[in-house]
Design a protein around this ligand. Structure first.
Ligand code: SAM
Length: 268
């Protein structure tokens, strides 16, 4: 998108760095603490430039990135931040055409990143036990026009998933190790598993469960991101840093040999 059209999403960055995302509509306006910006001043004009509010305050008008869209979701739960979401997409091999399950939908932040990766032609199946949470996630996906790539389902995933042979499955729930039997049933052979948990004891429980359920190529990782103040003469880290988000665990579904199947204890 180089010239903004009606219905496009546009990012406006105000004088002190405050960010707004709006969908362009003829005759509409964006009201900010630094004045009003008429959508008509943006429609049909190139992006990547400065516009002024009615108070003369400068705003940068840009196409929003996936990072911007994730940070803009209305949060009713803890979300998966772009720092982790980017790595999750790569580790779980999510590209156009892939089919992926996630649970729970939460606020739909990861759903959004996954939908952008698998569209067009792919599908996200997003499970959530709390209807009010999923309503918010659906609204967040509708706001950015990605809801066509997501099938939302209200269900406790203890009851299992409808889909089989999916390429990847991600669990963002408190006790992911409780759902590994259901996960195996939904994933294709060699399929990609991922999860995020906030504490190390949860990591231990999950990797023990993954071993019991014959997952292989297990990885545990923590990602730290340090932002810098972009001032050439005084280049230094930002004053504050997000100290902790969560631990990432990845694994692949491995088929069990007949012989080792018999020797293995039954799965809980
Ligand atoms: C941390 S939030 C997920 C956030 C989401 N990944 C995002 O980025 O916005 C966890 C969600 O999982 C849901 N959940 C927890 N246990 C579940 C279960 N057994 N079945 C389905 N959803 C579950 C919770 O209701 C909650 O909304």
């Amino acid at each position: 998108m180089s010239v903004a059209q009606e219905n496009n999403l546009v990012l406006l960055i105000g004088p002190r760095g405050k960010r707004f995302i709006t969908r362009l509509k003829a005759g509409a306006s964006l009201h900010t603490h630094k004045g009003v910006i008429q959508h008509d001043a943006l429609i049909g004009q190139p992006l990547g430039r400065q516009v002024k509010s009615h108070l003369g305050e400068p705003f940068l008008a840009l196409e929003p990135s996936t990072h911007d869209l994730i940070m803009n979701v209305r949060r009713h739960t803890q979300i998966i931040y772009p720092k982790e979401a980017g790595y999750i997409l790569l580790k779980m091999n999510l590209y156009s055409g892939q089919r992926v399950i996630e649970a729970g939908s939460g606020s739909g932040a990861l759903t959004l990143a996954m939908a952008r990766a698998v569209a067009p032609g792919g599908q996200v199946y997003s499970y959530e036990s709390r209807p009010e949470m999923q309503r918010n996630a659906i609204r967040n996906l509708q706001r950015v026009g990605l809801d066509d790539y997501v099938e939302f389902k209200i269900r406790d995933i203890a009851e299992g998933f409808d889909e089989t042979d999916v390429d990847a499955l991600f669990l963002d729930v408190r006790t992911p190790w409780d759902y590994l039997k259901q996960t195996r049933e939904a994933l294709k052979s060699g399929g990609f598993f991922g999860s995020l948990v906030p504490t190390t004891n949860q990591v231990s429980d999950l990797i023990a469960g993954l071993e019991r359920h014959h997952f292989g190529d297990i990885e545990v990782a923590e990602l730290l991101l340090r932002q810098y103040k972009p001032v050439p003469q005084r280049l230094r880290p930002a004053d504050t840093m997000v100290g902790h988000t969560g631990y990432l665990i990845f694994a692949r579904k491995i088929e069990m040999e007949e012989a080792s199947n018999e020797a293995s204890p039954p799965m809980p």
